[in-house]
Design a protein. Sequence first.
Length: 258
Amino acid sequence: MGLRIGDIELTSRFFLGTAGYPSPQVLQEAIAASGTQVVTVGLKRQLAAGGAPGDFYAMIRASGARLLPNTAGCRTAREAVTLARMARELFDTRWLKLEVVGDDYTLQPDPFELVDAARTLVQDGFEVFPYCTDDLVTCQRLLDVGCRILMPWGAPIGSGQGLLNPTALRTLRARLPDALLVVDAGIGSPQHAVHAMELGFDAVLVNSAVSQSHDPVKMARAFRLAVESGRLAYEAGIMARQEMAVPSTPVTGQPFVL
Ligand SMILES: CC(=O)[C@@H](O)[C@H](O)COP(=O)(O)O
């Protein structure tokens, strides 16, 4: 049931975003209720908010979760690399969620800048978690430059639309069996998280659906259960769909099939 990233073993497969909560107290309680061991924080936003990353870091440390700084708001590889190096100094971690947005309307990642930045940061010793689309070739290029974990979108950030292209996500899982794959962005409700986990994704990252709910603490718990449930179902092996009815209680034959 565990998830290994490098030499880190995680028991939770639910990564949580920290933006947009009603208060630090609610965020803290949501982290606890989610059972998450990985929380992401936008460094640009932290700095813009008056820059007290030390306080924020202390709060995360107290929760026991690992910090995954992200480069949300970056538009070029150069900008993202600069911010990543700042994040490493400030938060004392090699982990980085790499975001380089290419389109302001959809917040779609720019695949060219993303691969460029990922190459530089991997060479620099970072464990890069790139936020990408579900495009197979882009994902392959990210693996080629040394990423071990990929974070394809389910839908545009903050849209809550769920998994818009399950076929593409299924293809990623089938074609990249050794990569760690995390569905990131666009998940709107726990059923979307179950869907992602049942497809065999290794984890999900959710922010808006938790922080924007009426009760983020309760919603964090709902997602925790959903992620666990989807993973269990995947590991158990989901039955093949049948075109026609198949009697579940045959009138002849043995009571057990094995
Ligand atoms: C917080 C963060 O990293 C977001 O950029 C992330 O992609 C989450 O997206 P949602 O808010 O749609 O869950």
